[in-house]
Write a protein that binds this ligand. Structure first.
Ligand SMILES: Cc1ncc(COP(=O)(O)O)c(C=O)c1O
Length: 384
């Protein structure tokens, strides 16, 4: 059996007619960049996430870069973030001339450790230069938003939520209120890379904010800083969202809740099957009542140096897996000129994590096959 990590074509086949119709309409309209579909999609995402403004841009990396720029972060400033994430979470800081301060992760959730964030905001020798925090809701799991909001208010520090992997995830506050990821930060960013829970058929991204001034900045920055064409108020960039992507994403947004529910179901099947096997060298993702994880990835931890050999074994059995992430950002060659602290939990995670196939159309028999292969691997490993 061949099981891909992610298969975007299965989803396409289910909604092919709708997509082809929408694509044809756009092509016949002659309006290919930032037209009515992009505008409507922006409004629909804003309503879905409970934010005032949603601003479409070319990709999630640009969304982060523009968000950092919008806060006025520049040379000499620090921004706190996690090193256990995709590169763009940190390059948006350095590309704006600022310096990242990498904080370790909570090993249970893989998300930034908010205790350490708070400690830095209290005790860092140059704490007045810490201009922002960029938490990432990794693998679809929301950071404790209630705590994050308290930190944001208590320390008057700006927050950019990197929601590239978490569109639609939420946190349930102690008073019962539900807030979606992306609705708490001064700015938040989304990626619609094709493999994301809400994936385009190409690149696309979005910036979210409740602040009118920040929204205004982002809206003009994405079009070379011009409110009126050919009159440039600021030195912006070209980061426009395609009308074709807007039209396709509007269709997929209608089904997004169904897609999330299917992923959550798949994760629970994996967890149940693994629980019954009681494999002591394998740790499954925990599920909590106070949040909704949308399982952008289903990531297990494989202990005692078994991760790479299990990965190879699964590859030979036709099961595709991935390692998110093999090297922390604090250890990347391009950042060698900075001095970063070692990050014990991040480094251990880089050695232990393994992402298993997950996408809404994955079948129960495919999940069972993946788990069976893993069971066989550990049986064989025990014999050796
Ligand atoms: C956590 C995180 N941040 C940012 C990005 C960047 O998004 P994009 O690929 O759309 O530029 C990604 C995409 O993989 C991501 O996973």
């Amino acid at each position: 059996m061949k099981i891909p990590l992610f298969d975007v074509t299965r989803q396409y086949h289910e909604i092919r007619e709708e997509i082809l119709h929408a694509v044809d309409e756009v092509l016949r309209s002659g309006r290919y960049i930032m037209g009515p579909n992009v505008e409507a999609f922006e409004k629909e995402v804003a309503a879905y996430l409970g934010v005032k403004h949603a601003i479409g841009v070319a990709n999630g990396s640009d969304a982060l870069y523009i968000a950092v720029k919008a806060l006025g972060v520049s040379s000499g400033d620090f921004v706190i973030t996690t090193a256990f994430t995709f590169f763009a979470t940190a390059s948006c800081i350095t590309r704006n001339g600022a310096v990242p301060i990498f904080v370790d992760i909570d090993p249970k959730t893989f998300n930034i450790d908010l205790d350490q964030v708070e400690d830095l905001l209290k005790n860092h020798p140059q704490r007045d230069k810490i201009k922002a925090i960029i938490p990432v809701h990794l693998f679809g799991r929301t950071v404790d938003l209630e705590r994050l909001e308290k930190i944001k208010n208590n320390f008057a520090v700006k927050v950019i939520e990197d929601c590239a992997q978490s569109v639609g995830s939420y946190w349930i506050y102690s008073n019962g209120r539900i807030k979606k990821s992306g609705s708490v930060g001064d700015l938040s960013t989304l990626s619609f890379f094709p493999t994301k829970n809400l994936g385009a058929c190409g690149d696309a991204g979005m910036i979210l904010t409740n602040d009118d001034n920040l929204a205004d900045f982002c809206k003009i920055f994405r079009v070379h800083g011009a409110r009126k064409k050919y009159f440039h108020e600021i030195e912006g960039v070209n980061s426009r969202l395609d009308e074709l992507q807007g039209a396709i994403l509007r269709i997929k947004l209608k089904y997004l809740e169904q897609y999330h529910e299917k992923r959550i179901k798949i994760a629970s099947i994996y967890n149940k099957l693994f629980d019954s096997l009681k494999l002591d060298l394998l740790e499954t993702p925990q599920v909590h009542d106070d949040l909704r994880c949308i399982f952008h990835q289903y990531v297990i931890k494989v202990k005692n140096g078994h991760r790479d050999s299990l990965k190879n074994y699964l590859h030979d059995k036709g099961v595709e897996t991935a390692i998110y992430y093999p090297l922390g950002l604090h250890k990347q060659k391009c950042f060698a000129h900075f001095e970063f602290q070692p990050l014990e939990n991040t480094e251990r995670a880089c050695e232990e994590v393994l992402a298993l196939p997950i996408f809404p159309e994955l079948t129960e028999s495919e999940i069972e096959y993946v788990v069976k292969c893993i069971e066989e691997y550990f049986k064989e490993a025990r014999r050796c």
